[in-house]
Design a protein around this ligand. Structure first.
Ligand code: CP
Length: 305
């Protein structure tokens, strides 16, 4: 079965094909138009964890392709999983109704479990701190659109590097490119998992770790900011130790390169000041429309449209 479960499984050739297709779909997204290529197809979105962008953008993507959507935004509370139905059985059922399924779940690896019961393509829409391949793809698409390339860039990843599945996905996908320099900016306790750092070093990328965002900011082409992931901490006290530790504001932007870009997968809490939104280098709302185009490309590929 042709699923999209892991960033690791996506080749450079596939990434570049997604970019090309997304370029074609982006005007449809920006002009709020609709195609007919997915007419008669149904996307199911099953979310066991909260979402605004990923679920709505998948649904928007399917509707703009001309297909239809069935959706549950709160599977834990309002589906038969509350009665004990397994992911495997849920997949058996829903793949009878739908042609393609987007699933988010709070446990790493659980979307793969789900996919084992599905007879239609399943898309990992975020599995706990594990992976978020479609967000990673839209982030790389945003970098590529802005620089016309990915090779050779210096990328800072900032914040909760331990728990950010988005950054983990970005790192996996960036392995397909060349001569990258990574600067990881994280407080003690929230550093990038060692296996990811080792994987980048093995690929001959330069990796440095810092705790001072002001020292890193002037060096980078891409600043990939993240939220401290409250939902991954054992207690409120633990989370409060880190909240607000790295804030991008207009003063920080003054020391950044003129042609750098600032990205964030959103939602943000306090880690980017709203004053920064009007800075032309702030790309986090551009990422949102890019995300619909990339997800249209992903659905089109998995459904062979
Ligand atoms: N970026 C992202 O995954 O956002 P949501 O959690 O709102 O889907």
């Amino acid at each position: 079965m042709n699923h999209l479960l892991s960033s690791r499984d996506i080749s450079k050739q596939e990434i570049l094909k997604f970019f090309k297709k997304a370029d074609k779909f982006l005007p449809i997204v920006l002009d709020k138009k609709k195609l007919k290529i997915a007419e008669g197809k149904i996307l199911a979105t099953l979310f066991y964890e909260p979402s605004t962008r990923t679920r709505f953008s998948f649904e928007t993507a399917m509707i703009r392709l001309g297909g239809a959507v069935i959706s549950n935004a709160d599977m834990n509370a309002t589906s038969s999983s509350k009665k004990g139905e397994t992911l495997y059985d849920t997949a058996k059922m829903v793949s009878t109704y739908a042609d393609i399924i987007a699933v988010r779940h709070p446990s790493a690896g659980s979307v793969e479990d789900f996919a084992s019961g599905s007879s239609v393509p399943v898309i990992n829409s975020g599995d706990g701190p594990g992976d978020h391949p479609t967000q990673g793809l839209l982030d790389l698409y945003t970098i590529h659109k802005n620089f016309g390339k990915i090779d050779g860039l210096t990328i800072a990843m900032v914040g909760d590097l331990k728990n950010s599945r988005v950054l983990h996905s970005q790192c996996e996908l960036l392995l397909n490119f060349k001569n990258l320099k990574f600067i990881f900016v994280a407080p003690k306790g929230l550093e990038m998992p060692e296996e990811i750092t080792k994987m980048l070093l093995k690929n001959k990328f330069a990796v440095s770790e810092m705790q001072d965002l002001k020292a890193a900011a002037p060096l980078v082409d891409v600043l990939s900011q993240t939220r401290i992931q409250k939902e991954r901490f054992g207690s409120e006290e633990e989370y409060k130790k880190y909240r607000g530790i790295y804030i991008v504001d207009s003063n920080l932007m003054k020391i950044c390169k003129k042609n750098m870009i600032l990205m964030h997968p959103l939602p943000r809490v306090d880690e980017i000041d709203v004053d920064v939104d009007s800075d032309s280098r702030a790309k986090y709302f551009e990422q949102v429309s890019n995300g619909v185009a990339v997800r249209m490309a992903i659905i089109a590929k998995l459904l062979d449209l």
